[in-house]
Design a protein around this ligand. Structure first.
Ligand code: MG
Length: 265
Protein backbone atom coordinates (compact mmCIF):
# COMPACT_ATOMS: atom_id res chain seq x y z
CA UNK A 1 0.00 0.00 0.00
CA UNK A 2 1.49 3.31 -1.05
CA UNK A 3 0.68 6.35 1.07
CA UNK A 4 1.28 9.46 -1.01
CA UNK A 5 3.14 12.58 0.01
CA UNK A 6 1.19 15.86 0.09
CA UNK A 7 2.85 16.85 -3.22
CA UNK A 8 1.81 13.57 -4.81
CA UNK A 9 -1.68 13.95 -3.40
CA UNK A 10 -1.91 17.35 -5.08
CA UNK A 11 -0.87 15.84 -8.43
CA UNK A 12 -3.39 13.03 -8.10
CA UNK A 13 -6.15 15.53 -7.31
CA UNK A 14 -5.35 17.47 -10.48
CA UNK A 15 -5.58 14.25 -12.51
CA UNK A 16 -8.85 13.35 -10.76
CA UNK A 17 -10.23 16.78 -11.63
CA UNK A 18 -9.28 16.39 -15.28
CA UNK A 19 -10.79 12.93 -15.61
CA UNK A 20 -14.04 14.25 -14.09
CA UNK A 21 -14.01 17.13 -16.58
CA UNK A 22 -13.44 14.67 -19.42
CA UNK A 23 -16.53 12.70 -18.43
CA UNK A 24 -18.51 15.95 -18.15
CA UNK A 25 -17.35 16.86 -21.66
CA UNK A 26 -18.54 13.48 -22.97
CA UNK A 27 -21.85 13.94 -21.14
CA UNK A 28 -22.62 16.80 -23.53
CA UNK A 29 -22.16 14.48 -26.50
CA UNK A 30 -23.96 11.36 -25.33
CA UNK A 31 -27.25 11.18 -27.17
CA UNK A 32 -28.94 8.79 -29.59
CA UNK A 33 -26.95 8.45 -32.83
CA UNK A 34 -23.46 9.15 -31.55
CA UNK A 35 -21.01 6.32 -32.07
CA UNK A 36 -18.28 4.84 -29.94
CA UNK A 37 -15.44 6.06 -32.11
CA UNK A 38 -16.83 9.62 -32.00
CA UNK A 39 -16.88 9.58 -28.21
CA UNK A 40 -13.41 8.08 -28.11
CA UNK A 41 -12.04 10.74 -30.42
CA UNK A 42 -13.67 13.49 -28.34
CA UNK A 43 -12.12 12.04 -25.18
CA UNK A 44 -8.68 11.73 -26.77
CA UNK A 45 -8.77 15.33 -27.95
CA UNK A 46 -10.04 16.69 -24.65
CA UNK A 47 -7.41 14.82 -22.65
CA UNK A 48 -4.48 15.73 -24.89
CA UNK A 49 -5.69 19.35 -25.23
CA UNK A 50 -5.35 19.54 -21.45
CA UNK A 51 -1.77 18.35 -21.51
CA UNK A 52 -2.52 14.81 -20.38
CA UNK A 53 -2.27 11.31 -21.81
CA UNK A 54 -5.17 8.85 -22.08
CA UNK A 55 -4.25 6.22 -19.47
CA UNK A 56 -6.17 3.36 -21.06
CA UNK A 57 -4.87 3.70 -24.62
CA UNK A 58 -2.24 1.02 -25.03
CA UNK A 59 -2.70 -0.26 -21.47
CA UNK A 60 -2.16 -4.01 -21.86
CA UNK A 61 -2.93 -3.33 -25.52
CA UNK A 62 -6.34 -1.67 -25.05
CA UNK A 63 -7.00 0.19 -28.31
CA UNK A 64 -8.86 3.31 -27.14
CA UNK A 65 -8.98 6.24 -24.71
CA UNK A 66 -12.28 5.23 -23.12
CA UNK A 67 -14.09 2.03 -22.28
CA UNK A 68 -17.66 2.12 -23.58
CA UNK A 69 -19.96 -0.59 -22.27
CA UNK A 70 -23.62 -0.69 -23.30
CA UNK A 71 -26.55 -2.35 -21.51
CA UNK A 72 -25.45 -5.90 -20.64
CA UNK A 73 -21.80 -5.04 -21.21
CA UNK A 74 -20.25 -4.64 -17.78
CA UNK A 75 -16.90 -2.94 -18.43
CA UNK A 76 -13.97 -2.76 -20.87
CA UNK A 77 -16.11 -2.36 -23.97
CA UNK A 78 -14.26 -1.01 -27.01
CA UNK A 79 -15.68 2.26 -28.43
CA UNK A 80 -16.00 1.20 -32.06
CA UNK A 81 -17.85 2.96 -34.87
CA UNK A 82 -20.39 0.14 -34.85
CA UNK A 83 -21.42 0.95 -31.32
CA UNK A 84 -24.30 3.41 -31.67
CA UNK A 85 -25.91 5.05 -28.65
CA UNK A 86 -29.69 4.58 -28.64
CA UNK A 87 -32.66 5.54 -26.50
CA UNK A 88 -33.19 3.34 -23.46
CA UNK A 89 -29.52 2.39 -23.15
CA UNK A 90 -27.26 2.16 -20.16
CA UNK A 91 -24.05 3.74 -21.41
CA UNK A 92 -21.09 3.13 -19.14
CA UNK A 93 -18.04 5.27 -19.85
CA UNK A 94 -14.77 4.65 -18.02
CA UNK A 95 -11.93 7.13 -18.54
CA UNK A 96 -8.35 7.31 -17.35
CA UNK A 97 -5.85 10.14 -17.69
CA UNK A 98 -2.21 10.62 -16.83
CA UNK A 99 -1.43 14.24 -15.96
CA UNK A 100 2.13 15.16 -14.97
CA UNK A 101 2.74 11.53 -14.12
CA UNK A 102 -0.37 11.10 -11.98
CA UNK A 103 -3.40 9.00 -12.80
CA UNK A 104 -7.08 9.93 -12.74
CA UNK A 105 -9.67 7.16 -13.16
CA UNK A 106 -13.45 7.60 -13.12
CA UNK A 107 -16.53 5.92 -14.58
CA UNK A 108 -20.16 6.86 -15.03
CA UNK A 109 -23.20 5.05 -16.38
CA UNK A 110 -25.43 7.37 -18.40
CA UNK A 111 -29.10 6.54 -18.67
CA UNK A 112 -30.19 7.61 -22.13
CA UNK A 113 -33.73 8.72 -22.91
CA UNK A 114 -36.97 9.42 -21.10
CA UNK A 115 -38.60 6.01 -21.11
CA UNK A 116 -35.91 3.79 -19.75
CA UNK A 117 -36.70 0.21 -18.87
CA UNK A 118 -37.42 0.07 -15.09
CA UNK A 119 -34.96 -2.80 -14.60
CA UNK A 120 -32.13 -0.81 -16.22
CA UNK A 121 -33.02 2.19 -14.10
CA UNK A 122 -33.05 0.10 -10.94
CA UNK A 123 -29.66 -1.45 -11.70
CA UNK A 124 -28.13 1.97 -12.37
CA UNK A 125 -29.65 3.50 -9.25
CA UNK A 126 -28.52 0.57 -7.11
CA UNK A 127 -24.95 0.79 -8.44
CA UNK A 128 -24.89 4.55 -7.92
CA UNK A 129 -25.99 4.18 -4.34
CA UNK A 130 -23.71 1.18 -3.77
CA UNK A 131 -20.77 3.39 -4.68
CA UNK A 132 -21.80 5.88 -2.00
CA UNK A 133 -22.12 3.05 0.54
CA UNK A 134 -18.63 1.86 -0.32
CA UNK A 135 -17.17 5.36 -0.16
CA UNK A 136 -18.61 6.06 3.27
CA UNK A 137 -16.55 3.15 4.60
CA UNK A 138 -13.24 4.45 3.21
CA UNK A 139 -12.08 5.86 6.53
CA UNK A 140 -8.88 5.15 8.40
CA UNK A 141 -9.05 2.22 10.78
CA UNK A 142 -11.64 0.41 8.67
CA UNK A 143 -10.67 -2.67 6.67
CA UNK A 144 -10.85 -3.24 2.92
CA UNK A 145 -13.56 -5.81 3.64
CA UNK A 146 -15.77 -3.14 5.18
CA UNK A 147 -16.01 -1.36 1.83
CA UNK A 148 -16.86 -4.55 -0.05
CA UNK A 149 -19.29 -5.67 2.60
CA UNK A 150 -21.21 -2.39 2.47
CA UNK A 151 -21.53 -2.64 -1.32
CA UNK A 152 -22.41 -6.32 -1.41
CA UNK A 153 -24.86 -6.12 1.45
CA UNK A 154 -26.73 -3.26 -0.16
CA UNK A 155 -26.75 -4.68 -3.71
CA UNK A 156 -27.46 -8.32 -3.00
CA UNK A 157 -29.35 -8.48 0.27
CA UNK A 158 -31.17 -5.18 0.09
CA UNK A 159 -31.77 -4.84 -3.67
CA UNK A 160 -31.62 -8.40 -4.99
CA UNK A 161 -29.08 -7.69 -7.72
CA UNK A 162 -25.58 -9.12 -8.15
CA UNK A 163 -22.13 -7.73 -7.54
CA UNK A 164 -19.57 -8.68 -10.20
CA UNK A 165 -16.65 -10.33 -8.41
CA UNK A 166 -14.25 -10.91 -11.29
CA UNK A 167 -13.23 -7.24 -11.39
CA UNK A 168 -12.33 -5.04 -8.47
CA UNK A 169 -11.43 -1.51 -7.44
CA UNK A 170 -7.82 -0.64 -6.74
CA UNK A 171 -5.21 1.67 -5.36
CA UNK A 172 -4.42 4.44 -7.83
CA UNK A 173 -2.21 7.48 -8.24
CA UNK A 174 1.25 6.85 -9.61
CA UNK A 175 -0.01 4.02 -11.75
CA UNK A 176 -3.46 2.96 -12.90
CA UNK A 177 -3.65 -0.14 -10.76
CA UNK A 178 -1.85 -0.19 -7.43
CA UNK A 179 -2.27 -2.19 -4.25
CA UNK A 180 -4.56 -2.80 -2.54
CA UNK A 181 -7.30 -4.47 -4.53
CA UNK A 182 -10.71 -3.18 -3.47
CA UNK A 183 -13.33 -5.89 -4.08
CA UNK A 184 -16.99 -4.97 -4.19
CA UNK A 185 -17.78 -7.82 -1.83
CA UNK A 186 -16.24 -8.85 1.43
CA UNK A 187 -16.42 -9.57 5.11
CA UNK A 188 -16.81 -6.88 7.67
CA UNK A 189 -13.62 -6.40 9.67
CA UNK A 190 -11.47 -8.42 7.25
CA UNK A 191 -8.65 -7.46 4.92
CA UNK A 192 -5.98 -4.80 5.07
CA UNK A 193 -6.46 -1.84 7.39
CA UNK A 194 -7.10 1.46 5.62
CA UNK A 195 -4.60 4.18 6.39
CA UNK A 196 -5.02 7.91 6.11
CA UNK A 197 -3.74 9.17 2.74
CA UNK A 198 -4.37 5.93 0.84
CA UNK A 199 -5.88 6.73 -2.57
CA UNK A 200 -8.28 4.12 -3.94
CA UNK A 201 -10.69 3.78 -6.83
CA UNK A 202 -14.00 2.30 -5.69
CA UNK A 203 -15.97 0.95 -8.63
CA UNK A 204 -18.94 -1.34 -8.08
CA UNK A 205 -20.19 -3.27 -11.11
CA UNK A 206 -23.71 -4.61 -10.70
CA UNK A 207 -25.68 -7.03 -12.87
CA UNK A 208 -29.45 -7.51 -12.70
CA UNK A 209 -29.57 -11.28 -13.08
CA UNK A 210 -26.30 -13.00 -12.23
CA UNK A 211 -22.85 -12.24 -10.92
CA UNK A 212 -21.31 -14.40 -13.64
CA UNK A 213 -19.59 -12.64 -16.52
CA UNK A 214 -18.15 -13.64 -19.90
CA UNK A 215 -15.51 -12.10 -22.12
CA UNK A 216 -16.47 -11.42 -25.74
CA UNK A 217 -14.30 -12.68 -28.62
CA UNK A 218 -12.74 -9.18 -28.88
CA UNK A 219 -10.97 -10.31 -25.67
CA UNK A 220 -11.84 -7.08 -23.87
CA UNK A 221 -15.56 -6.61 -23.47
CA UNK A 222 -16.95 -8.15 -20.29
CA UNK A 223 -20.69 -8.93 -20.39
CA UNK A 224 -23.12 -10.31 -17.87
CA UNK A 225 -23.41 -14.04 -18.56
CA UNK A 226 -27.21 -13.88 -18.86
CA UNK A 227 -27.10 -10.59 -20.79
CA UNK A 228 -29.04 -8.84 -18.07
CA UNK A 229 -28.44 -5.09 -17.68
CA UNK A 230 -25.31 -3.95 -15.90
CA UNK A 231 -24.04 -0.65 -14.49
CA UNK A 232 -20.74 0.73 -13.24
CA UNK A 233 -19.77 3.89 -11.35
CA UNK A 234 -16.30 4.76 -10.12
CA UNK A 235 -14.87 7.44 -7.85
CA UNK A 236 -11.36 8.09 -6.58
CA UNK A 237 -11.26 8.52 -2.84
CA UNK A 238 -8.59 9.48 -0.33
CA UNK A 239 -8.93 7.64 2.96
CA UNK A 240 -9.26 10.12 5.81
CA UNK A 241 -10.07 10.02 9.47
CA UNK A 242 -13.83 10.03 10.02
CA UNK A 243 -14.84 11.16 6.52
CA UNK A 244 -13.38 10.10 3.16
CA UNK A 245 -12.32 12.70 0.61
CA UNK A 246 -13.85 12.04 -2.82
CA UNK A 247 -11.56 13.63 -5.42
CA UNK A 248 -13.41 12.84 -8.64
CA UNK A 249 -16.79 14.48 -9.17
CA UNK A 250 -20.05 13.75 -10.97
CA UNK A 251 -21.31 17.30 -10.42
CA UNK A 252 -20.42 18.68 -13.87
CA UNK A 253 -21.70 15.53 -15.57
CA UNK A 254 -25.05 15.82 -13.89
CA UNK A 255 -25.48 19.46 -14.93
CA UNK A 256 -25.82 18.18 -18.49
CA UNK A 257 -27.19 14.79 -17.68
CA UNK A 258 -29.47 14.91 -14.64
CA UNK A 259 -29.85 11.66 -12.77
CA UNK A 260 -33.36 10.25 -13.43
CA UNK A 261 -33.76 8.98 -9.90
CA UNK A 262 -33.66 10.53 -6.49
CA UNK A 263 -30.30 10.37 -4.80
CA UNK A 264 -30.15 9.33 -1.20
CA UNK A 265 -27.27 11.70 -0.48
MG1 MG B 1 -10.60 1.75 -12.14
Amino acid sequence: MIIKSPEEEQGIKEAAKLVSKTLAHLAQLIKPGITGDQLDKAAFEFITDHGAIPAFKGYKGFPASICLSLDHEVVHGIPTRNKVIKENMLVSVDVGVILNGFVGDCAYTFIVGENVDPLKLAVAQTTYEALQRGISNAVSGNRIGDIGFAIEDFVEREKGFYVVRDLVGHGVGKSLHEDPQVPNYGRRGHGKTLKEGLVIAIEPMVNAGTRAVRVLPDRWTIISADKSPSAHYEHMVIVRKGKPEVITSFEEIEKNFPVPFSKSN
